[in-house]
Design a protein around this ligand. Structure first.
Ligand code: SF4
Length: 385
């Protein structure tokens, strides 16, 4: 039985673009924090939110997500101001989820308290590993012990804590990973996001691979590790509810991320943030200026930080519904998809995927099996009319 969600999820993603140091695997829109005066950026973010409100006033807010970058570097006072502004503009539903991405080295008892007082009710901790050598390889600032301690402190003040981990690292054996994951699961968090290490273009890791400094794990080994990870987490009571996300109870499934997986509406605020909104029957993407100075200038001139606003075609909007919907165990409604595409899906193809045990079609909903998750891109491409 799935937890019911409001008909439309409406979230606000707020991007803080600075990090203490840039991790070698990261391809997000991030810059080194250094010693900066952030007042102009803070004012721009607040005004961008107000500008978006003028465009989309009639929504009920279901989530706010502070991502980055490292938003745990922001003053808690600023976080509180942002939450207050959002809540003063839009009505919010009584289960509004407000997540802050946090790096372990930023966690102290006082900050946890300040974040809670600001209105944060969910923490996403960038632990990445509980192995010191791996943390060093990943260019992280904290040690395994700091990560463990930060998690314990976070759980004392927040019931809703998620941990991010990166696995399928070069040369990582399944025994080593299972042992590490079991230690993380024993920390008792109700939500995990587990990502296989992928080498993104233009990152420091991409250059290191080019220079043959390390060899990434091959696809077959990654796939084996992925399936055994699903088993291990399910055994600990945290089954996957999405390709990379696990929750101990439906209550802890990330509402904000479900906004993405159910093709809901969200605003993208802050440098480089992307938003997607259905307005007057039209699905529209907005992309904010990536460079901080451009973003600030755009907000000052126009009241909004966009560099681009793109109207999706009917096919593109329906593809989003299919691709994102298949990521989560909720799946996607076949009749809704067919309405979105304006044409029936290929029944023979669906039946074939069912016999291959990649797809389940029940009660008019299409869902991927665990093996299907490994083939998600291929399956979506074949189902798209
Ligand atoms: S802390 Fe996070 S956002 Fe910042 S560089 Fe590292 S991975 Fe990227």
């Amino acid at each position: 039985m799935m937890t019911s969600l409001p008909d439309t999820l409406f979230g606000i993603y707020i991007h803080w673009p600075y990090c203490a140091r840039i991790c070698p695997y990261c391809d997000f829109n991030v810059y080194a924090a250094k010693d900066r005066d952030n007042s102009a950026l803070q004012a721009a973010i607040l005004n961008d939110i107000r500008g978006h409100y003028r465009r989309v006033p009639q929504k009920t807010l279901t989530s706010i997500y502070f991502g980055g970058g490292t938003p745990s570097l922001c003053e808690p006072r600023f976080i509180a101001e942002l939450i207050d502004v959002c809540a003063s503009l839009w009505p919010s539903d009584d289960r509004m989820e407000i997540t802050l991405e946090v790096n372990p080295e930023d966690v102290t008892r006082d900050r946890l308290k300040a974040w809670r007082n600001a209105g944060i009710n969910r923490l996403s901790l960038g632990l990445q590993s509980l192995d010191d050598a791996a943390l060093k390889f990943l260019g992280r600032q904290h040690t395994a012990e700091q990560g463990r301690l930060a998690t314990k402190l976070a759980l004392q003040q927040f019931s809703n804590v998620s941990i991010d981990l990166i696995y399928a690292r070069p040369g990582q054996s399944s025994e080593h990973w299972h042992e590490e994951l079991a230690r993380v699961l024993e920390l008792g968090v109700p939500h995990l996001s587990l990502y296989e290490l992928t080498i993104k273009e233009k990152t420091a890791f991409a250059k290191q691979v080019e220079r043959a400094q390390f060899i990434p794990m091959d696809d077959d080994a990654q796939a084996d590790l992925y399936l055994s990870t699903l088993d291990l987490c399910a055994g600990f009571g945290l089954p996957a509810y999405e390709v990379s996300n696990h929750a101990g109870h439906e209550h802890y499934q990330s509402r904000h991320n479900l906004t993405y997986w159910t093709s809901g509406d969200w605003l993208g605020i802050g440098p480089g943030a992307e938003g997607k909104i259905n307005l007057d029957g039209q699905r529209t993407t907005t992309l904010a200026h990536r460079r901080v100075t451009d973003y600030i200038a755009a907000v000052e001139e126009t009241g909004l930080g966009w560099s681009e606003q793109i109207s999706l075609s009917r096919q593109e909007a329906a593809d989003e519904k299919l691709i994102m919907g298949l990521r989560s165990t909720r799946g996607v409604s076949q009749p809704e998809l067919e309405t979105a595409y304006g044409t029936p899906l290929d029944g023979e193809q669906i039946a074939l995927f069912e016999t291959q045990n990649w797809l389940i079609c029940r009660n008019d909903r299409l869902r991927l099996t665990r093996e299907g998750w490994l083939m998600a891109d291929y399956i979506s491409a074949r189902l798209s009319p």
